[in-house]
Design a protein around this ligand. Sequence first.
Ligand code: G4P
Ligand code: MG
Length: 171
Amino acid sequence: MPNIQQYNFTYNNIHNTIRNTAKAIAERGYEPDYLLAIGGGGLIPARIMRSYINRPILIVSLSRYSDETGTAPASQPIKLQWLETDIDLTGKKVLVIDEVDDERTTLEFTLQHLFESHPGAEFSAFVVHNKKKEKKGKLPEQLKHFFVGEEIEDYWINYAWDAENIDMFGK
Ligand code: G4P
Ligand code: MG
């Protein structure tokens, strides 16, 4: 019997979920000026989204760990790299992208800091998967739109990009 407490999301699953969301985003009439990936998990989803919403990709990178060995969890995410850009984001619409909304800690932290560092920009967010559960973090009130690719149960997700042997993934 398959273990139903986990999801295996293949590249094709993820690509199709993002395609469907891009369609829903277009139908809502939302047209971002920039995509912004939250690294590392949001990098591949942002690049796939660009195939449907062809806008430049900005990047921030966060760590949940406070030491270099990656074993001591930090009480809140740490900015490894923040948004430094020559572009003036005043009045621009930015779609922030991550792979999963789990406890919402990363999303709350990132969005709050983006609103602080770029007060003139309009931020929306897209996550490929949202786990249906009680969240620790909150979405900021100023967030314009929140797009979810797929609402899922609170099970562990295996993403194709985490596979050590991609040919055996999900088999
Ligand atoms: P959230 O705030 O984005 O909801 O995530 P949270 O901090 O609660 O989760 C901590 C880390 O665990 C995040 O990675 C998140 O992507 C990852 N995570 C949560 N649930 C799953 C899951 O079901 N499967 C996988 N593969 N990862 C999960 P991170 O610290 O942002 O690391 P990175 O991969 O983005 O570098
Ligand atoms: Mg992440």
